[in-house]
Design a binder for this molecule. Structure first.
Ligand SMILES: [Mn+2]
Length: 332
């Protein structure tokens, strides 16, 4: 069976998955996209295509994925996952699913792949137990940072993702980092990260009653555009915090509205620790959104700027009460 294209997610996991498929199936054409484009069927995909780390399209030649939500929607569509060529498995990364599929088929893979797959596992499942663990640089994390740099046009970004997939296919990650373009993008990202950190420093606040600074508040609602920030960087400023709450104005048709979005997540300090904090439950009890234990989001609607300011105060107060009612640790 020969395949014409690989359709993959434009993140580190998608790149390693595509690198594996490209090595074994000899595909040179690679399309990078996101889950929304597949759900909206913006790309036509057929039986000559391999799809990695994305929802199942209408049809394809091989499908590899690890997102439980995508398996669920397959069942809702009445499709038996076992009838699809390829593999679904709830592994930490799609790269792991592809790697196991290929090795079980007896494919002889170069020695640099296991390391790249192990890095994809950690990066894609955000498997860090502390801020230090998250910040400890590894070759995979540095490659991942290089692809998070800002690109002037989507075309520039696609070109870089394509080049990176070839490098990850042919070389061990430390050698990938020696490529001048990879090194330059990594440097660019580092500068942007420093800028984000300065921006976050100016935006951090805490709820008045939060004297221990447990919950970092990043209120971006007064900005004219949605800022590009990695909110986890806030933990570098407040490593003892247990969570981050972000408020963003909602834009429609490029215009700022009085509605705003709230998103919350737990610190990696809480990973693998027994506690009673449930962010999804907070959103559900306030009836504004949904999510998981570790991360959730909601939307608040308001008719005027005054109402928005009032709703914001009430919301933060309500969230604080619910947050405090959930234990931070065993006996805590
Ligand atoms: Mn993935």
């Amino acid at each position: 069976m020969s395949y014409e294209r690989i359709i993959t997610h434009g993140d580190f996991d998608g790149i390693v998955s595509a690198a594996l498929c490209s090595y074994v199936f000899g595909c040179e054409r690679i399309v990078f996209t996101g889950p929304n484009a597949i759900d909206k069927t913006e790309i036509s995909i057929d039986s000559r295509d391999i799809v990695c780390d994305l929802p199942y399209p209408l049809e394809c030649g091989l499908w590899f994925d690890h997102h439980p939500g995508n398996l669920e929607s397959l069942r809702l569509r009445g499709i038996d996952p076992d009838s699809i060529p390829g593999r679904f498995d709830g592994k930490p990364s799609c790269a792991r699913v592809v790697f196991e599929y290929l090795t079980e088929r007896g494919e002889d893979l170069p020695a640099h792949f296991p390391e790249a797959v192990a890095e994809a596992d950690t990066i894609d499942s955000f498997d860090y137990r502390s801020v230090e663990e998250w910040r400890t640089e590894t070759p995979g994390k540095l490659v991942d940072m290089s692809l998070k740099a800002y690109f002037a046009t989507p075309r520039d970004q696609t070109k870089y993702l394509y080049k990176l997939t070839g490098l990850v296919r042919d070389l061990p990650l430390p050698s990938v980092l020696e490529d001048p373009e990879v090194a330059a993008n990594l440097e660019r990202y580092r500068v942007e990260e420093q800028r984000m950190l300065d921006f976050i420093r100016k935006s951090v606040s805490f709820i008045e009653k939060d004297t221990d600074h447990e919950l970092i508040i990043l209120d971006f609602t007064h900005h004219k555009r949605r800022p590009r920030v990695v909110k986890n960087l806030a933990y570098l400023l407040h490593p003892g915090a247990l969570g981050v709450l972000t408020l963003n104005a909602i834009f429609r048709g490029g215009r700022k509205t009085n509605d705003f979005a709230v998103s919350m997540s737990l610190s990696m300090r809480m990973t693998g620790r027994r506690h009673g904090k449930d962010i999804g439950e907070i959103m559900r009890s306030l009836n504004i959104g949904d999510g998981h234990v570790g991360a959730a989001a909601g939307i608040m609607r308001s008719g005027s700027k005054d109402e928005m300011l009032r709703l914001k105060r009430i919301l933060l107060d309500d969230i604080w009460k619910l947050w405090r009612s959930m234990p931070a640790g065993e006996g805590g």
